[in-house]
Design a binder for this molecule. Structure first.
Ligand code: NAD
Length: 440
């Protein structure tokens, strides 16, 4: 099938390469010429495990090509996947729909007969109806161009696997024809038994934002329990382990720490609330404001705990930060809790040096005021406090005995709750964590 993928960022580049690998003929489209040049040369413009191999294979086979032209895209594709960004609007909680709207304005006047425009970006409920109406106005007379919604659930760091072997596929359609086209696009996954849900467009849009609202709520729930544990002397890591054994609760997304960040969860819960306000059902989602507040408070609690461990004073102290990406396995620093904490500590007078195995270049571009090191040991040199903020596996393998010889004072705050603190303690480290009142 001939398809375009419009927007070749974290979502679109993976989707385009995976679709090409399944045998489809794919044209990736973006406004960012440098990104397209890298992709066309088989180089991934960001870190995503497994993507370089698939990209190299599909570019070499000719199944995957790139262009900046929406006119070329309209002429080429039977199916057009919309994968452009929907970031938070400046000065508002709502989603910025300008990238999607500008794609529709450029694409619709050239659309071929019988094509299908499929939204994958995360959008406010009602977007697909609005885009369908706009396409009907702009498309050439007689061109039957339909809109479907097919939300994306991939996670950065496992994006390739999530795309090729998803937990489920949801397609929101208004006709049997659209249903059949998407059924053909995803035939491989359907044949291998992936749950495949066909629904209306509104439900499809809502599935995505409600899934993200649920995940955000789960993280903030356990961070609220971390606050309770700090106040009462309990241990949130044991609490989470214990409640997670109940299969109705589960262990995933139940790790207390510095909270969630990235280009999706924070902006998606805010956009969902903003849309609810707009449509007059804001009260139904009022709890999402608490979820957001608990999450932002986790960053503040991390800063406060770090200050306490430094006897109330950041000024002139040296703080090593382990991790800059919003999560391990990714170089994405959008709304990264690690960098928010690092910048706040630096602003209060500390000298902060950050390490990350993959995200240093992005971090330096976003926060040029911070100091950076290419090795964790370098970041820790002369430190008064080591702050663990992104859960990279390599940090679990650090040697506390060796590191104790590098820092000025062996003091560690584990804001991800994934290090073996007893082990660090036995090597002379003063350790702290979030939500572990029993450690204080
Ligand atoms: P991104 O910023 O990495 O990529 C967006 C891409 O769109 C960029 O390459 C940008 O240059 C391009 N773009 C912007 N305006 C354009 C235009 N007018 N024409 C063509 N290209 C344009 O963002 P992302 O993380 O890939 O997210 C894209 C969408 O997917 C968002 O709605 C996001 O919420 C959703 N999503 C993301 C993930 C994820 O893990 N990143 C997962 C599921 C859903």
């Amino acid at each position: 099938m001939r398809m375009t993928v419009i927007g070749t960022g974290y979502l679109g580049a993976v989707h385009a390469a995976c679709m090409a690998d399944l045998g489809h003929d794919v044209l990736g489209v973006d406004v960012d010429e440098a990104k397209l040049a890298a992709l066309a040369a088989g180089r991934t413009p960001f870190y995503e495990p497994g993507l370089p191999e698939i990209l190299a294979r599909t570019v070499a086979s000719g199944n995957l090509r790139f262009s900046t032209s929406l006119e070329e895209a309209a002429d080429f594709g039977e199916v057009h996947f919309l994968c452009v960004g929907t970031p938070q609007q400046p000065g508002s909680a709502a989603a910025d729909m300008r990238p999607i709207d500008s794609v529709i304005e450029g694409l619709a006047p050239h659309l071929r007969d019988d094509c299908l425009v499929v939204g994958k970006s995360t959008v406010p409920v009602g977007t697909s109806d609005r885009l369908a109406a706009r396409i009907a106005e702009l498309a050439p007379v007689g061109a039957r161009a339909e809109v479907a919604w097919n939300p994306e659930f991939l996670s950065e760091s496992t994006a390739v696997e999530d795309t090729l072997r998803p937990d489920r596929i949801v397609v929101g359609v208004t006709s049997h024809r659209a249903e059949a086209v998407l059924g053909a696009v995803y035939s491989t996954m359907r044949e291998s038994g992936t749950p495949y849900l066909v629904t209306d467009r509104t439900t499809a849009e809502l599935v995505k934002v409600s899934a993200n609202a649920f995940l955000a709520t789960k993280v903030s729930f356990v961070n609220a329990m971390a606050e309770v544990c700090e106040a009462t002397g309990g241990d949130v890591t044991t609490l989470a382990k214990a409640i997670g054994y109940d299969p109705r609760i589960g262990h995933r997304f139940l790790a207390a720490g510095v909270g969630f960040g990235g280009g999706c969860l924070p902006k998606d819960i805010r956009a969902f609330s903003a849309r609810a306000d707009e449509l007059g059902f804001g009260d139904s989602l009022r709890f999402l404001r608490d979820v957001d507040e608990i999450n932002m408070r986790a960053r503040q609690r991390t800063v406060d705990r770090a200050r306490t461990m430094l006897d109330g004073r950041f000024l002139g102290r040296r703080v090593a930060v382990l991790g800059a990406a919003f999560k391990s396995g990714s170089d994405d620093v959008r709304d990264s809790p690690a960098l928010a904490v690092a910048a706040s500590i630096q602003l209060q007078g500390a000298h902060v040096r950050v390490h990350d195995p993959e995200a240093l270049d992005n971090a330096r571009a976003a926060f040029p005021c911070l100091d950076y090191a290419r090795e964790p040991e370098k970041a820790c040199e002369g430190a008064d406090l080591v702050l663990h903020l992104t859960d990279w596996a390599e940090y679990r393998d650090l040697n506390p005995a060796e590191l104790a010889g590098v820092v000025d004072v062996p003091r560690l705050l584990d804001a991800r709750n994934t290090l073996d603190l007893e082990h660090w303690r036995t090597h002379g480290w003063d350790v702290g964590a979030l939500g572990r009142g029993n450690l204080a």
